[in-house]
Design a protein around this ligand. Structure first.
Ligand SMILES: Cc1cc2nc3c(=O)[nH]c(=O)nc-3n(C[C@H](O)[C@H](O)[C@H](O)COP(=O)(O)OP(=O)(O)OC[C@H]3O[C@@H](n4cnc5c(N)ncnc54)[C@H](O)[C@@H]3O)c2cc1C
Length: 329
């Protein structure tokens, strides 16, 4: 039997998420190395027929689709039941999820049911010399990239953040859509199940970082909330978005949704300007595809300068207010 790479196609607002298309594109790169593996997808939701066909455009030759009103909103238990049922039946070699809030909850739940492991928040995926999945994850505070292998159990599972890979359409191919029967998510213990009632969306303040062509990013070197407000205003005056590293978010200087990196978003703006960012791998892997990278840091040996097109060795407090004033004027 030929090997199989599965991608869970996540539905958001009735359409397949971009990250699922990115994973299908990556699966097309891995498949020949894995001996011509078949690329297949799982899809759960309500009124999703057109989405099943769309997955073919990104390389899926088979889609296991569960289309039912009770699956309209993501709910951990029925979703995990359905996907583990399908994986136990069809035995994929590799099973990939987007490291979104849904994928980060659903993937491990499926892995636990299948008694396998899952490499989370990967920054790259490869097939090694033994034809096993090597999932690359920054480790030890981002100083090294660890290769996570799970050769002894099946499927080998991994999740990848949106934006790490780029989605591209495949040559049109045939797709077989297999309906998943309701027994797949039938719950023997419905009392223990959570039932979602509604999805409430909070509109982000300012431009979302994933859409911005210009990003001004604050690192912990900005020193405090006052400078974060300046970063926001500078980003606005450039028609872009303000972003941050993890310490800035942890300190509570800015709101959720602004962090770049493995646990945040991956971005590809035309211009990235960083202030007081050190260049840890966890952050760099989310921004190193930017067109032009400029960084201001007072430490001439900081790793961020290695990935910068323009390195400004200076104190943030000497540059940031003056730059903002100059642009404002
Ligand atoms: C599992 C895991 C996931 C993670 N995910 C992410 C992630 O998604 N995104 C992320 O960003 N991080 C993430 N991290 C954290 C990451 O490893 C780094 O700790 C973080 O990116 C460092 O942020 P920083 O550059 O702002 O701070 P620091 O590393 O503290 O660097 C501050 C920099 O500012 C400079 N500086 C200080 N004061 C000034 C000044 N006045 N003027 C000029 N320069 C100054 C310093 O020279 C230094 O280079 C993760 C960590 C783990 C363990």
């Amino acid at each position: 039997m030929s090997p199989k790479i599965w991608v869970h196609a996540e539905i958001f607002d009735g359409t397949v998420s971009e990250v699922s298309l990115e994973l299908l594109t990556k699966a097309r790169e891995l498949a020949p190395v894995l001996g011509g593996a078949a690329i297949e997808a799982t899809l759960l939701g309500s009124a999703i027929e057109s989405e099943a066909a769309r997955l073919a455009g990104y390389g899926a030759s088979r889609v296991y689709a569960a289309d039912a009103s009770e699956l309209e909103m993501y709910s951990p238990r029925p979703y995990a039941l359905a996907l583990s049922y399908l994986a136990a039946l069809h035995k994929p070699d590799i099973y990939l999820f987007g490291a979104t809030s849904t994928g980060s909850s659903l993937g491990p739940a499926v892995a636990a049911r299948l008694k396998t492991g899952m490499a989370a928040h990967c920054v790259d995926l490869r097939i090694n010399g033994d034809k096993k999945l090597a999932a690359l994850v920054p480790s030890f505070g981002g100083r090294v990239i660890g290769e996570i292998l799970c050769p002894g159990s099946s499927p080998q599972m991994a999740s990848v953040k949106p934006g790490i890979f780029k989605a591209s359409e495949a040559a049109a191919g045939r797709v077989t859509v297999e309906r998943v029967p309701p027994e797949a998510w039938a719950d023997a213990n419905p009392k223990g199940s959570l039932k979602p009632l509604a999805i409430v969306k909070h509109p982000p303040r300012g431009m979302p970082i994933a859409e911005a062509q210009v990003i001004v990013c604050a690192g912990s070197g900005i020193g405090g909330e006052e400078n974060w407000r300046l970063i926001e205003r500078l980003a606005e005056s450039l028609g872009g978005a303000a972003a941050c590293t993890r310490p800035v978010l942890d300190e509570g200087w800015c709101e959720e949704g602004r962090m770049i990196g493995t646990s945040g978003r991956s971005v590809r703006p035309k211009l990235y300007i960083g202030f007081g960012v050190s260049g840890a791998t966890h952050h760099v892997c989310g921004m190193n595809e930017a067109g032009v990278i400029i960084n201001v840091n007072r430490d001439e040996a900081t790793p961020i300068f290695e990935v910068s097109d323009i390195s400004v060795e200076a104190d943030v407090n000497a540059i940031l207010p003056r730059l903002y004033e100059a642009l404002r004027r």
